[in-house]
Design a protein around this ligand. Structure first.
Ligand code: 13P
Ligand code: SF4
Length: 319
């Protein structure tokens, strides 16, 4: 704790000296989440990270999360410097949806409205009509369906299937997945539920169908935290990245949180549900980034202008 306190104090000083604000995701190291809140920044889901970064007056944003979150911040605020502890922090959904293949997919289906998940590159967003996050995907797809639009969806196949089932919309899907959520399995969860029959099951919609089908609440990271804070139960089974437990414990200290098991050759692995790219963010890498003023996120202007449309559309829709 003393080491973390010392590093946190150093990072807080640097943030102040550089006029920078820290925007963190719920999956990053708990010390970074605390630092963001203690220094006037934010910790939130990806929709609110985008909104907070765009609306904040600071000239420098430091994004603790994965690359698409930094890119979204830069796309919305080209005049600001957007730093990240590392630009190597990617996402399997982004990696699994390369620009050229995605463009060919869109070209083959010109009659469809292109809706992409936030977890994509700036180049993929530049090709989209709408961006959505897990907290607004259902509302936006329902809206498009009511206008009679057919949708091309990318890249998360589990979220896509969930949206399709919930809305009845016509979705043609890219076949990507999240390497973290894809590891939650139905059978393991069912056995855990038998042990804790009173515990509601909270599931992020990037999880496979067999897991989502057992959920009491399906939602974005913010929605899952809200479910723990406002729920009547004393115990909860949580099927999402375990970085989220930090904020859940802070906001609901009296409640017991049980991690949903991930699978590995039949043996459960209790601690695998953590994104390796989110884990690249640390107090030390943040301090180094603030000292160096690097790495900074860059998006070429042509791509940025085209990508901005689909993000702004989402922010306006959810305002
Ligand atoms: P949220 O938008 O729900 O925070 O999810 C982002 C993410 O990367 C989930 O894996
Ligand atoms: Fe991407 Fe999954 Fe990591 Fe979220 S948890 S950033 S979806 S790999």
């Amino acid at each position: 704790p003393l080491l973390a306190q010392t590093l946190k104090a150093e990072a807080a000083e640097l943030l102040k000296a550089k006029g920078a604000v820290l925007v963190a995701h719920y999956y990053v190291d708990g010390h970074l989440q605390d630092l963001a809140l203690e220094t006037g920044g934010c910790v939130s889901d990806s929709l609110e990270m985008a909104r907070f970064g765009r609306n904040h007056a600071a000239q420098t944003l430091v994004v603790a999360g994965v690359r698409f979150m930094g890119e979204t911040a830069k796309i919305l605020s080209p005049e600001k410097t957007v730093l990240m502890p590392t630009l190597e922090a990617t996402c399997s959904l982004d990696l699994g949806c390369p620009e050229a293949e995605f463009a060919a997919f869109c070209d083959a289906h010109p009659d469809r409205t292109v809706v992409v998940y936030a977890n994509t590159s700036a180049a993929v967003k530049a090709r989209a009509d709408w961006m959505v996050t897990s907290s607004c995907a259902l509302d936006i797809v329902n809206h498009l369906k009511s206008r009679g639009e057919k949708i091309l969806w990318a890249p998360d196949r589990h979220l896509g299937r969930y949206i399709q089932e919930q809305t009845g919309a016509d979705l043609l899907m890219w076949q990507g997945d999240c390497i973290v959520h894809n590891e939650f399995k139905g059978l393991e969860l069912q056995l855990l539920r038998e042990q804790y029959p009173d515990a509601p099951v909270l599931v992020h919609p990037e999880s496979p169908r067999a897991v989502v089908d057992q959920a009491d609440v399906v939602g974005s990271t913010s929605a899952l935290i809200q479910a723990v804070v406002e729920g009547q139960a004393q115990r909860y089974i949580v099927a999402t990245d375990n970085g989220i437990l930090h904020r859940m414990r802070q906001l609901a200290p009296s409640k017991t949180l049980i991690e949903a098991p991930t699978a590995g050759n039949g043996a459960t692995c209790k601690s695998c549900a953590h994104c390796p790219w989110m884990a690249m963010n640390s107090l030390r890498s943040l301090i180094e980034c603030l000292k160096q003023g690097a790495p900074a996120v860059a998006v070429d202007e042509d791509t940025r202008i085209r990508a901005e449309r689909c993000i702004t559309r989402m922010l306006d829709f959810t305002a």
